[in-house]
Design a protein around this ligand. Structure first.
Ligand SMILES: Nc1ncnc2c1ncn2[C@@H]1O[C@H](COP(=O)(O)OP(=O)(O)O)[C@@H](O)[C@H]1O
Ligand SMILES: [Mg+2]
Length: 247
């Protein structure tokens, strides 16, 4: 069953068509990747789904409701929560308090909010940093904090905008494991990512945007062999390396 349905979504900035007639489904319990070159319209699409922008045309259906044009707090309450490509933690607050803010979206009393925050913090392996000021974290840890804060809202759909960018080898492996664990918890994921080596092995399906248009959609295996996707985004080098890995 589809948890999220994007139907003919179009977003114009003046004469610029950042998203043009985009349609796809995100199946409940899956990891769906959203890829494409810079400027393809990925973040704009996230903004349209999460309510930061009101699309020019088209519909967004989530968990059976037409959420098109809803404000972000209503979309989040219904269970679709996103992280930001440019991380924005509350810098003057501790790591724990940042996560606690997320927990308060759904929890009314302090005790249960503290429980949920604690749980998210541990899940994301941030317990050693709990009392640190968020502003003092490295970029990798700030990204993980974004994830913990989003998880503390207890989302149905988690939309991640380049959470693996800038991570090194070991951190990348850890992040991939974390996403698989989040999926195992029953959370559906829509993941914008440039790190193909990290995304492709964990994605159930990949949607490819180029110039605001959806140019491909399918399982990773098909996507990495699509000539159109290779030409627009992946490049020959990537597909050759992938073939070498397979043989
Ligand atoms: N708020 C905005 N106002 C005007 N143009 C925008 C705005 N946000 C994005 N754009 C433009 O929309 C296009 C898609 O951008 P974006 O969605 O950020 O792409 P991606 O995330 O795939 O790199 C780009 O040409 C970008 O300059
Ligand atoms: Mg972007």
């Amino acid at each position: 069953m589809a948890l999220l349905e994007v139907r003919g979504l179009t977003m114009k900035f003046g004469s610029l068509l950042a998203n043009h007639d985009i349609s796809f489904d995100v199946e409940e319990g899956s990891i769906t990747g959203l890829i494409g070159p810079n400027g393809a319209g990925k973040t704009t699409l996230f903004n349209c789904i999460s309510g930061a922008y009101k699309p020019t045309a088209g519909k967004v259906l989530f968990a059976g409701s037409d959420i098109t044009g809803w404000p972000p707090y209503r979309v989040a309450r219904l269970g679709a929560v996103r992280t930001f490509q440019v991380v924005r933690p509350l810098n003057d607050m501790s790591v724990f308090d940042n996560v606690l803010v997320g927990a308060f979206l759904r929890e009314r009393d302090l005790t249960s909010a503290l429980d949920v925050a604690e749980c998210s913090l541990r899940f994301c392996h941030l317990e050693d940093y709990r009392d640190k000021l968020a502003g003092n974290l490295t970029i990798g840890l700030k990204k993980r904090l974004e994830l913990a804060r989003a998880l503390a809202t207890q989302p149905k759909l988690l939309m991640l905008d380049e959470v693996m960018a800038g991570l090194s080898g070991a951190e990348l492996k850890e992040a991939m494991e974390l996403l698989k664990e989040i999926k195992a918890q029953g959370v559906t994921l829509l993941v914008v990512e440039h790190v193909m080596e990290a995304l492709m092995p964990i994605a159930d399906k990949v949607v490819v945007l180029d110039g605001g248009v959806k140019i491909a959609e399918g399982p990773p295996r098909e996507i990495v062999e699509s000539e159109r996707v290779i030409a627009a985004y992946l490049g020959e080098k990537f597909s050759r390396r992938l073939k070498e890995l397979k043989t």
